[in-house]
Design a protein around this ligand. Structure first.
Ligand code: TRP
Length: 365
């Protein structure tokens, strides 16, 4: 635990990440009077937020490559809206659910569904895998922030993952959802794995349950097949997304592609949305190349690429070609709950990954 003697320092994680988040919200046009994003970030980081970013992290965390416990994202929605989110872990807290207890009342969170699956995904005995509980803080202009939780299907080891997800669905009245997901997204044995089981916590009949599958060394056609479970996930758009951002048809042998499906109760187990995540940082030499590719895909869907540049400037001042991973992932969302492109931005609070060499064009002789 962090003691009370930790001094407030300007280079604290909270001031670093809070500055980034605040600039990001303003950059996409949110009300500058709004403070709730900072209040929530401060609570999420807790005491560890007071630690300096100038010394190595005290707590291991897989939210981001450099162990920063938060990652930002900007979701461009086909309805014209821009949503800012923070994915984060309450590192150093003795009970990861404490943050929820602190904010549930004020933000009207409903934890029934989390409670229904807590014994599966938050077991009291030994925990394994890269995390226990992550949060997503979701900010829209002029609206109350929303909160989502991510649970880890690998928490009791890889052999238990499928049965945890299957039982989780059953308890949330989505028992029919499991088999079709396995059939479409877990076709390649050990190379396809459940990685997250996520729940919206708002008091809304459209509150979603999302399940994520990572695909090691997958081809574009594996993503196409995964997408086919969702009416409206267009195979051409999936192929184009991977070609433009990932540079081809695969196999994507760096960090894995990830699929996710969104469900709401009462839909008979058919997901309403499919999302495909490309960890673009594994497939580009540096962030200048990543930015150019994201510009191309944004233009394709008539989103304003300038918004991306403003978002990048809000998070980092470093020259884009001096590192790789500021743009960590890009995702394509398709379906009846809303379509769009989401760009994930690293805080790089602790470290910037060095760029790789760009390919060199040989001279014709
Ligand atoms: N850093 C982890 C990874 O890259 C977890 C993660 C953070 C992630 N944001 C994500 C995974 C977005 C998929 C999509 O795997």
């Amino acid at each position: 635990m962090v003691g009370a003697s930790v001094p407030m320092v300007d280079s604290s994680m909270y001031s670093h990440a809070g500055g980034q988040l605040d600039r990001l919200c303003r950059a996409v046009g949110f009300d500058p009077e709004e403070r709730r994003h900072l209040d929530l970030l401060r609570l999420l980081l807790g005491e560890s937020g007071e630690l300096t970013v100038d010394a190595p992290a005290q707590f291991p965390c897989n939210v981001a490559d450099d162990t920063t416990p938060v990652e930002f994202s900007v979701a461009f929605d086909a309805n014209g809206e821009c949503v800012v989110r923070v994915l984060g872990e309450t590192v150093g807290a003795s009970d990861p659910r404490e943050f929820l207890a602190q904010v549930a009342g004020e933000y009207g969170l409903v934890t029934d569904r989390l409670d229904a699956v807590a014994d599966l995904f938050l077991p009291h005995d030994e925990r394994r895998g890269p995390f226990t509980l992550w949060y997503s803080l979701i900010f829209r202009n002029g609206a109350a922030p929303r909160i989502k939780v991510y649970l880890n299907p690998q928490i009791s080891g890889p052999t238990m993952a499928d049965s945890l997800v299957s039982e989780g669905f059953r308890r949330l009245n989505l028992g029919e959802a499991f088999d079709p997901v396995v059939k479409h997204a877990l076709r390649r044995g050990e190379r396809d794995n459940f990685t997250f089981f996520a729940l919206d916590l708002d008091d809304d009949p459209l509150s979603r349950v999302k399940v994520y599958v990572s695909h090691d060394a997958a081809e574009a056609e594996d993503a196409v097949r995964a997408g086919q479970l969702v009416p409206g996930a267009d195979p051409m758009l999936i192929r184009e997304f991977l070609a433009v951002l990932g540079g081809g048809k695969g196999p994507f042998e760096g960090r894995p592609l990830v699929s996710s499906y969104s469900f709401v109760e009462g839909m008979g187990g058919t997901p309403g949305n499919y999302s495909l995540y490309l960890p673009i940082r594994s497939y580009v030499p540096d962030d200048e190349v990543a930015r150019a590719r994201v510009h191309a895909i944004l233009a394709q869907y008539d989103f304003d690429p300038e918004q991306l540049d403003k978002a990048l400037a809000a998070v980092s001042e470093r020259p884009l070609r001096d590192g790789v991973g500021l743009i960590a992932h890009v995702s394509l969302r398709m379906g009846e709950f809303g379509s769009g492109i989401t760009v994930y931005l690293s805080s790089e609070a602790y470290a910037v990954a060095p760029p790789r060499k760009r390919p060199v064009l040989g001279r014709m002789t």
